[in-house]
Design a protein around this ligand. Structure first.
Ligand code: SF4
Length: 425
């Protein structure tokens, strides 16, 4: 196996991090419901929130005409906001009505929001009470998707963290992959690992409540997304061991992620190479087709999805880009450390003071800026090419077969700008 070695001179793992705590421009954690409800086929997400929360969900998820949605909002009215007297009773009645109408629901998540946090509705107490009422048919859990001090990918982390204490116990040596990916990506990862001879693999979250993984002191887990730090901590508290690795973006990232797991399960080098050789070659070829346009270009990441550091590692090492600044909402070195060891960048920043960061971006004039929707249009108007960070979470970008598409997400805006400039001249 060809091991990629960390950069000994100039990697950002030990470089000082610029920490900012000012105004931020991010979506809230309710956004995660969009991909979580697609993954968990017998779950329902009931947001306890305002009309604003309901609008955010509907506009982000689109309106489903043929299927009953598996998310909704219990709207807090003004009288609820003024006092808590009836809020719990009303919530109980809403849940009663919902579960009577939808016997397919096996897991119900009460999702907190800014309004429910401000008026301090205790959703964990409500979840306990409702579980007692509706067990064993339905399990009720709660987490917060509030936009106060969160970023949009934290919703998934909070949801999975809430599930960890109720996962079954096991003494078996098993492997759990953690993160909600589309089925086609999950199947690719499971296929590669099983072809290496690794058995006892399961995924959190599973598609159905009765297929959730069991956890114990012989469980090892690998994260599929870099924003699952609290879930990792909860699994560790239950005795499971984290397998830290670079994230599976690009050919190198996927190979290192798989190899770290393979090493933990005693897979020999020959087997590893036999299983990965063909998809690695395909990934390298697909990336090369896109990298020609990225090579030598500069990139600036505003903090948003928490994918920033692993993606910067992919773009600098596999596509020849230069990272001017890589901003991330939070940096857990226990999670993204292996990516940071491989990454050379100008500045690493954590948190945000949006005006100051905009000044740095304007001064640097990067070829591509990755940012939230709110910043993209103003920056485009100033002549900077942008990529919406949220697209990186909604598009399948993990593992070998998607490596070319991942590079393509970054090359497209650059190509578009080149074409526009050509047309102008
Ligand atoms: S949770 Fe907060 S930020 Fe998110 S939609 Fe509701 S009010 Fe807005």
């Amino acid at each position: 196996m060809n091991k990629s070695t960390p950069i000994t001179n100039g990697s950002c793992i030990d470089a000082p991090i610029l920490k900012e705590r000012g105004q931020r421009e991010v979506f809230c954690g309710l956004t995660g419901i969009i991909w979580l409800h697609r993954k968990m086929q017998d779950a329902f997400f009931l947001v306890v929130g305002s009309r604003t929360c309901a609008h955010l969900l509907q506009s982000a998820a689109g309106v489903m005409i043929f299927a009953e949605p598996r998310f909704g909002t219990a709207i807090l009215e003004e009288k609820d906001l003024a006092g808590l007297a009836d809020a719990h009773d009303e919530l109980d009645r809403e849940v009663e009505r919902l579960l009577a109408r939808r016997p397919d629901i096996k897991q119900l998540f009460l999702v907190g929001s800014c309004p429910s946090e401000v008026i301090k509705i205790d959703l964990s107490r409500a979840a306990e009470r409702l579980t007692q009422l509706h067990a064993p048919h339905v399990r009720v859990l709660n987490y917060s998707g509030s936009g106060i001090e969160t970023t949009f990918t934290q919703g998934e982390d909070a949801c999975l963290e809430a599930m960890v204490p109720v996962l079954p116990e096991t003494d078996a040596a098993n492997l759990v992959l953690v993160g909600a990916l589309p089925d086609v990506l999950e199947d690719q990862a499971l296929g590669l690992l099983r072809d290496m001879g690794i058995e006892g693999i399961s995924v959190l979250p599973a598609g159905r409540a009765d297929a959730m993984p069991a956890i114990g002191k012989n469980t090892k887990f690998a994260l599929l997304q870099p924003f699952l730090g609290e879930t990792a901590a909860a699994l560790t508290r239950r005795g499971a061991s984290h397998i830290p690795a670079p994230f599976p973006f690009g050919e190198e990232g996927t190979t290192l992620w798989l190899r770290t797991i393979a090493d933990n399960f005693g897979v020999d080098a020959e087997t590893f190479d036999r299983v990965t050789a063909a998809p690695r070659a395909r990934a390298r070829k697909a990336i090369a087709a896109q990298a020609a346009e990225l090579n030598g270009k500069s990139i600036f990441f505003f903090p948003d999805s928490q994918l920033e550091l692993p993606l910067a590692r992919f773009l600098t090492r596999e596509c020849g880009m230069t990272a001017i600044e890589v901003g991330a909402p939070y940096i857990h070195k226990g999670v993204v450390g292996p990516d940071m060891e491989l990454l050379q960048t100008g500045t690493v920043s954590e948190g945000q003071d949006v005006d100051k960061q905009l000044e740095r971006c304007r001064a640097a004039r990067p070829d591509l800026t990755v940012c939230g929707l709110g910043l993209a249009n103003p920056l485009e108007a100033e002549g900077l090419s942008t990529k919406w960070a949220i697209e990186l979470v909604f598009t399948p970008v993990h593992f070998y077969e998607q490596a070319g598409d991942l590079a393509g997400l970054f090359s497209r805006p650059i190509r578009r700008k080149d074409k526009l400039e050509l047309a102008k001249s």
